[in-house]
Design a protein around this ligand. Sequence first.
Ligand SMILES: Cc1cc2nc3c(=O)[nH]c(=O)nc-3n(C[C@H](O)[C@H](O)[C@H](O)COP(=O)(O)OP(=O)(O)OC[C@H]3O[C@@H](n4cnc5c(N)ncnc54)[C@H](O)[C@@H]3O)c2cc1C
Length: 651
Amino acid sequence: MTNPVVQKVNPMLTEERAKASFPVEELTYILDGGKFNTEKRREIEELVTKDPNFEHPPIQFMTREQQYSLAVKKALLVQQRLKELDMLDDPYASYFFRRIAMPREVSPIGLHWVMFVPTLMGQCSDEQRERWLQRALNYEIIGTYAQTEMGHGTFLRGIETTATYDPSSQQFVLHSPTTTSIKWWPGGLGKTCNYAVVVAQLHTQGRCHGVHMFLVQLRDESTHRSLPGVVCGDIGPKMGYHTIDNGFLQLNSVRIPRENMLMRNAEVQPDGTYIRRVSNEKLTYGTMVFVRSLIVSDAARGISEAATIAVRYACVRRQGEPSSPGAPEPRLLDYPVHQYRLLTCVANLLRTMPDVLEGRTERLPETHALSAGLKAVGSNRGAACVEECRRCCGGFGFSEASGLPKIYNDINPACTYEGENTVMLLQTGRHLLKCVERARRGEQLAPSDAYIRSRPTPQPKLAGGPLTADLLLGWLRWRSLSMLLEVSGRFNSFIEQRQAWADAFQAVSRRLTRCAEAHCILYVGQAFLDSAKAAENPKICGVLTSLCRLFLLNEVVSGAGDVQLSRSDLARCQDAIDSLLTELRPNAVALVEAFDLPDRMLCSVIGRYDGQVYEAMLQWARQSPLNATDVHESYELYTRQFLAGRSLAKL
Ligand SMILES: Cc1cc2nc3c(=O)[nH]c(=O)nc-3n(C[C@H](O)[C@H](O)[C@H](O)COP(=O)(O)OP(=O)(O)OC[C@H]3O[C@@H](n4cnc5c(N)ncnc54)[C@H](O)[C@@H]3O)c2cc1C
């Protein structure tokens, strides 16, 4: 969306920008991973901005079909441009190109490069890679990942779709035996993709060998018609993701060649003999860790957009009793409670600054367990912060013009897909229980789990000395260990009472999710502080450390019920939060603007750089199709009759 009106910058925003106590541009370089990246990103922004093919009226006024069609066109155009510009092999450039070209359209081909291609990379044998991967990378075929069924999502082993091997034809027969076995949800499955990796129960020689992956062609490569036995379509409108055709798929005895089973970790030989190979953990876990790290980055992206909009709006929106007769009404950002709501979101945003999972593949099982919890905490916080920013904008936050409902609706599904968040926390929790056992046996633990080996100590005192970030982290470490030891003690007592492992696990599961959250918060808190300390410029280091302290203090205060925090410690933390709000308030705009999000990416009438909210809002509303005529046709059809006392039932 282009800015409908170009105005002089609102002086209230200019005034706020002048208050920055640190060089904003330098923080932008840090957030981008270096000046070089910032410059490259800006070049890409300019390229996209100049390209008229990416211009269109606000998407919010379009029907779902129009939105889908536009998104398909833009997604393919992006690929074409990336190829022309020779940027396909540059992940940073292609990520930003997509992000700027499609700021509010979830891509209908997104699953192709987020799940389909990585699955082919991780699960294909070398020969299979030769055959399919290059075609997928060249976009000769477009694929999705079809695992979830109507009846089963979380419980993978419950999947009902069958792949039965027929040695006489050397083919697998893919079949959906029940209504509940119909694949439901895969992105791009409805209309866009012509191939899918389908997860199904493998049957051969009269035995079921559990779930495996199969490459299934869904549509003809030239006509795009669905192939015989394939019934697929769009699952209909959802809370968000209007531009993507999440789909259903029913397979009626669809035959595929034996070689279409993805055979890196297991194989069915021509005579039907099943062979399982030792799986390569790097490849199996690597894809999941990769996708989860993308989700954490997406959550950060959502908060950065929402916080930029809400903070700018809070600077230009005046509301409330003037402090003295004749004085202007206060700005929203002048209210301490508003500062708290927004600055804690900003702190949650900057805590995601270090790309927590990037490159940490040396201990994949631990990284995998941690990534499950970080995915949950990242997307839960992302959705909560975006919603808080939306509410901070009052009624305008409810209007699509603000851009906030769309950010929320597009970030929220990440709490469900790629492992529902509660289930993800339980996965991390299970790993933590194992860590306690291993620590008891004196075994080494991964660096992020190492504190579990330490002896329990008394609760660190927070009242008294200065509330440094290190002290707060120490308290959070103590909290995490105390909670975990308490839960593992409870778990062990159930086991000693001869309860089955699964029952004992269920009995502590509610508490265990809190342990997993506390563990992840400790991890990101430490990473946040490390990044803050790493900033070379002392002014940037100072402001980031203050923000980190706000993040940590807020965690201490909001988690005070998990362990008993004394009244004096709690009061001390609350006072420190109040002081930090006063200290950080002048930097509120600078902090969000360090993310350097252009208006074209924000797509927000109330979060525009120039802060000219009201004129832009009126212009936006005028574009509503309901305003195409002065008198709407419903007046002639119904209202006129109703007002004249005629019965509407006869119409
Ligand atoms: C926008 C979107 C896109 C998606 N894209 C894809 C895709 O491309 N491909 C694909 O295959 N799937 C996709 N999915 C499906 C997604 O992966 C599933 O929705 C998800 O795994 C949850 O499964 P479910 O919906 O069956 O919920 P269920 O598994 O039925 O879970 C329902 C609730 O029960 C809870 N629960 C379940 N089991 C347990 C347990 N053991 N202990 C405690 N609580 C439990 C969960 O926490 C959840 O709150 C997508 C979903 C969405 C919303």
